[in-house]
Design a protein around this ligand. Structure first.
Ligand SMILES: NC(=O)c1ccc[n+]([C@@H]2O[C@H](COP(=O)([O-])OP(=O)(O)OC[C@H]3O[C@@H](n4cnc5c(N)ncnc54)[C@H](OP(=O)(O)O)[C@@H]3O)[C@@H](O)[C@H]2O)c1
Length: 271
């Protein structure tokens, strides 16, 4: 799947050419980088792994002559967030995709609390700080801009065995939904994308064995096409199927069902 010329032109006319993607070194972020580059955008790309970022920059230049700025850093750390904000200050940024994130799983009481706090810092604090910064920056630009938040289907109810991860995504979903309305009068669009299971680096880091996964290719272009058109997107057929089937279920029932799903994803873990 490709971003059509019409879609690419719509986005360029609305927001300009520069896109920031956090977490571009793998999975959904990498797919978004490939599709934005193919559609002729210039990219600021982040991730902790400097070598992967450089390889991706080279690949995008060789394939599409894309101008890229790779900025390696750990966005759970305030100093690395500040570096990113400083190094992009001279650019008119049109689209900011706040994608970097990770999950954990298993019983909350057995969790490594430092890792859980680190997840809050990356999934929530960095998203809050960067959306505040870039919304204020976009406000002063002639073409304004768009923010893209990366939520998840786990955001819509509590999820036993991934309690803190689901709570971080509920934060992202709620922030994105509210800002979509609040920033509209400023001319800034906000999209919150909430995918179901995607085959990426996510499952290994979260210690989940996920089934019924989609490929990142199934979610990348739908997310790009929805920017400026929707406030929440459930990308991919499987995501829509799962969420629509749970829509009429009471909240306690959703928690029970998602707990069973996550129980399956984590059944390999020692009890
Ligand atoms: N996969 C799923 O099933 C799924 C479903 C719904 C939502 N999501 C969300 O989608 C987003 C992308 O996940 P993914 O599935 O594409 O996973 P992934 O393949 O593991 O990619 C995660 C990206 O985030 C970056 N990242 C991780 N920790 C970081 C840190 N401390 N500082 C800076 N960058 C960091 C990683 O780069 P480095 O390793 O180079 O730092 C990588 O580029 C996440 O927010 C995730 O919660 C995933």
């Amino acid at each position: 799947m490709k971003v059509s010329i019409n879609q690419a032109n719509r986005l360029k006319e609305s927001y300009g050419n520069w896109v920031i993607i956090t977490g571009a070194t793998s999975g959904i972020g990498r797919e978004l980088a490939l599709k934005f580059a193919e559609a002729g955008f210039k990219l600021v790309m982040t991730g902790r792994r400097e070598k992967e970022l450089e390889q991706l920059s080279t690949q995008l230049f060789d394939s599409y002559q894309t101008e890229t700025i790779p900025i390696a850093g750990d966005l759970s750390k305030m100093e690395d967030i500040n570096t990113l904000l400083k190094e992009t200050d001279h650019l008119s940024i049109g689209v900011v995709v706040l994608n970097a994130g990770f999950g954990t799983s298993g019983k909350f009481m057995n969790a490594d609390i430092n890792q859980e706090v680190n997840m809050l810092e990356l999934n929530c604090k960095s998203v809050m700080v960067m959306s505040h910064h870039f919304a204020n920056k976009m406000r002063t630009q002639p073409k304004k801009g768009a923010l893209v938040f990366m939520s998840s289907i786990v955001a819509f109810q509590g999820v036993p065995n991934a309690a803190n991860y689901a709570a971080t995504k509920a934060y992202v979903q709620s922030l994105g939904e509210a800002l979509a309305r609040e920033l509209k009068p400023e001319g800034i669009d906000v999209l919150t994308a909430a995918p179901g299971p995607v085959a990426s680096g996510f499952a290994e880091r979260a210690d989940m064995i996920m089934d019924m996964t989609m490929k990142p290719e199934a979610v990348g272009v739908p997310i790009i096409n929805a920017i400026g058109r929707k406030s929440t997107l459930l990308p991919g057929f499987l995501t829509k199927f799962l969420v629509y089937n749970l829509r009429i279920t009471p909240r306690w029932g959703k928690i029970m069902i998602m707990g069973k799903v996550m129980g399956g994803f984590t059944k390999h873990q020692p009890t």
